[in-house]
Design a protein around this ligand. Structure first.
Ligand SMILES: *[C@@H]1O[C@H](CO)[C@@H](O)[C@H](O)[C@H]1NC(C)=O
Length: 193
């Protein structure tokens, strides 16, 4: 058992490219009276906690309803000059808390939490995902999303403050590059250096 815990403690974060935080997930407030319909559409990623899976630039996600009312989630990024797209499915996991969505990008993966902590639907959205590992520690992800490719620094600062006020550590949050993303621009990472 001890060996198993040691393996989990060291391998899981390595695989996810993440530093674990001790203790269970924080329990942040989420957007009250969340209106899923207003949340639909295109969101640009302005900043995020580092993750292993998303490291391109021009990251955006488009939420639309499918015919059966499930949510189609299409994320795209430009990585090494190539446009990459990944499609997933979103669901409201808890009808009493409609801001607590779950998203899965594969049939074989369970839904990961995708909580809308706050949004005004037209400018910004703060999203948080956290998974407990044996209640000993947790791995989390946080994103600042925007309806436009850039946000004023004051909005970014106040978003980070909201995370921090909910006991979410965003010191390592990094900006997502949203320059040179236009379709007619050459998708060449070198050009940005
Ligand atoms: C979002 O997805 C919908 C449905 O596939 C599509 O019609 C729309 O053009 C997409 N919007 C963007 C900005 O990609």
């Amino acid at each position: 058992m001890k060996l198993f815990l040691a393996l989990v403690a060291f391998i899981v974060p390595l695989v996810r490219g993440q530093v674990p935080h001790w203790g269970p997930c924080p329990e942040p407030d989420v957007q009250a009276a969340f209106n899923l319909k207003q949340f639909m559409g295109r969101w640009y990623e302005i900043a995020r906690l580092p993750t292993q899976f998303e490291k391109g630039r021009c990251i955006e996600t488009n939420f639309t309803f499918r015919g059966d009312k499930s949510i189609r989630v299409v994320s795209s990024e430009i990585l090494k000059g190539e446009l990459r797209k990944i499609e997933g499915t979103g669901v409201i996991e808890d009808q009493k808390n409609p801001a607590k969505l779950g998203i899965s990008f594969s049939y074989v993966l369970p839904f990961s939490p995708y909580w809308i902590l706050s949004t005004d639907y037209v400018n910004t959205a703060l999203v948080y995902s956290c998974t407990d590992i044996l209640r000993l520690f947790h791995l989390d992800f946080a994103w600042i999303l925007s309806r436009t490719r850039t946000l004023p620094q004051t909005s970014i600062d106040s978003a980070k403050e909201t995370f921090a006020n909910n006991n979410i550590d965003v010191i390592r949050m990094m900006d997502t590059k949203q320059q040179g993303c236009d379709k007619d621009a050459p998708w060449n990472d070198d050009q940005l250096l």
